[in-house]
Design a protein around this ligand. Structure first.
Ligand code: BES
Ligand code: MN
Ligand code: MN
Length: 452
């Protein structure tokens, strides 16, 4: 098997580079044609790799690619999920090379989507090709690769609920997360949920001269800034009433286990160029970024931001705000609490509108299951070290739905690194990680089929 990977490694890479050249940005409708092209590319490669069925499934938004190879109905079925859509590459000027013209430099592939998630999806397609070509596929396999993960997976949710039979499987396998380091393998056993909203504050019915009206009429930018600032107290706890009501606190034993996760605060600060970390009082950096809920402004705008200065008292100000959620918070409940609280703290002289964007529920995987053990054995064999279970801070909205709608547990066997700059300029993915993934995935199939 490793011989096949070795003999074909250059082709595997050059195919991935072809995929990375397609700017499949799901958030921006001007890329809709490219999003479809990426779906067609994935579909073709699944079929070339040996899928019996590979098809494009239309949705109200971007298409879903579905593929499968059923070798024996008596064998277990692995449902591989991933996404071929990517985050916008803006700001383009901060990239050292253009985001959709992939280059390999210092043993890393630089491009938007290199790690999140095209590079990791492509490992699965090439691992599948390898298993088929070497006659070692030991499970049935289904692929569901979507094009709307980065915008909340709403249409995938509908697709999953409507296609339970088609998606019937025994476990979901996803590579869309990170390991601690190339010599410290880990498996994510948790994802945070998400509530994402947009806030609009309106004062006067039009933009005004800031000299003529300033000081006498509310300034929506000032008001919005103050409202956002008030959402954390001096201990960096979120001030929305009942926000923490459903949060599951970890036991002292669980926190002690987490504290053993290899982590260097100095290296963390140095990597980010910060002199101090900031977060909720009473929790470590690792805890703040995984098992605790958060609230962050992701964007704020209003008034004049062009060249030079314009004296204006704007009519409106806007912000995009996300909250990361942990068990047992519910996205809908939090969205509602946020909306009510913003209305409640809106001062006289402005109106506040809150619009929900998208959400997702948190998820935690058990580590005493046969699927976790199969992933653990696969990683241990490939890396020569037992993987550490970690709780991830990001969100993959569909994972909680896999459990609710399909009754399936998910294994988050990702191969990225936190330093891969996903969602940032100069996103990259290590060649080591790409090939290590292709080597590890067949081992998961092998050990999973043996334990069933
Ligand atoms: N792959 C990430 C999620 C992730 C990254 C999980 C790193 C764990 C570690 C995924 O593509 C992502 O970015 N999800 C979004 C959610 C979405 C609704 C926009 C996120 O977490 O912001
Ligand atoms: Mn992703
Ligand atoms: Mn992402």
């Amino acid at each position: 098997m490793n011989q096949y990977i070795n003999e074909n490694k250059d082709r595997f890479l050059s195919e991935l580079l072809d995929l990375l050249r397609i700017p499949s940005v799901s958030a921006d409708s001007k890329f809709a044609g490219d999003v479809r092209k990426a779906a067609e590319f994935i579909c073709q490669k699944l079929s070339d790799a040996g899928a019996d069925l590979a098809e494009i499934c239309e949705t109200a938004g971007h298409p879903i690619v579905f593929g499968q190879k059923i070798i024996d109905p008596a064998l277990p079925t692995v449902l591989v999920y991933g996404h071929y859509d990517v985050q916008p590459a803006d700001p383009y000027e901060l990239w050292d090379s253009p985001p959709f013209e992939p280059v390999v430099k210092d043993e890393k592939i630089f491009a938007r989507g290199a790690c999140d998630d095209k590079g990791q999806v492509y490992m699965h397609i090439k691992a599948f090709e390898t298993m088929v070509a070497t006659n070692s596929l030991s499970c049935n396999v289904k692929f569901m690769i979507e094009g709307e993960e980065e915008v909340g997976s709403d249409n995938l949710g509908i697709f999953v609920s409507a296609n339970k039979e088609k998606l019937a499987a025994d476990v979901v396998l996803i590579s869309d997360t990170a390991i601690i380091a190339n010599d410290i393998p880990s498996i994510d056993v948790g994802l945070r949920g998400l509530s994402y909203l947009e806030v609009e504050v309106t004062a006067a019915n039009r933009d005004l001269h800031s000299g003529v009206y300033g000081g006498a009429v509310a300034n929506p930018i000032n008001v919005l800034s103050k409202m956002i600032a008030s959402l954390h107290d001096e201990d960096n706890r979120i001030t929305i009433p009942n926000f923490y009501a459903d949060v599951v606190e970890l036991t002292p034993e669980e926190r002690a286990a987490m504290a053993l996760t290899p982590f260097s605060l100095d290296a963390y600060k140095e990597d980010l160029g910060i002199d101090e970390v900031v977060g909720e009082k009473g929790y470590t950096t690792l805890e703040r970024a995984s098992i605790r809920p958060t609230l962050d402004a992701n964007g704020i705008w209003g008034g004049y931001i062009g060249e030079g200065a314009k004296t204006v008292l704007p009519s409106k100000a806007f912000a995009k705000i996300s909250m990361r959620l942990v068990p047992n918070q519910k996205s809908e409940v939090i969205t509602d609490l946020f909306t009510k609280h913003l209305q409640a703290i809106a001062p006289a002289g402005v109106t506040v509108k809150v619009r929900p964007h998208h959400g997702g529920e948190p998820y935690v995987t058990p580590i005493d299951s046969k699927e976790y053990r199969a992933a653990e054995r696969a990683m241990e064999e490939a890396f020569g070290k037992k993987p550490v279970p970690t709780r991830g801070g990001g969100s993959i909205p569909i994972v909680a739905l896999f459990e609710k709608e399909l009754g399936l547990k998910t294994i988050l066997m990702g191969f990225g690194l936190d330093s891969d700059a996903i969602h940032s300029p100069n996103e990259h993915y290590g060649l080591f990680n790409f090939y290590k993934g292709i080597e590890t995935i067949p081992l998961f199939f092998k050990y999973y089929s043996e334990t069933n």
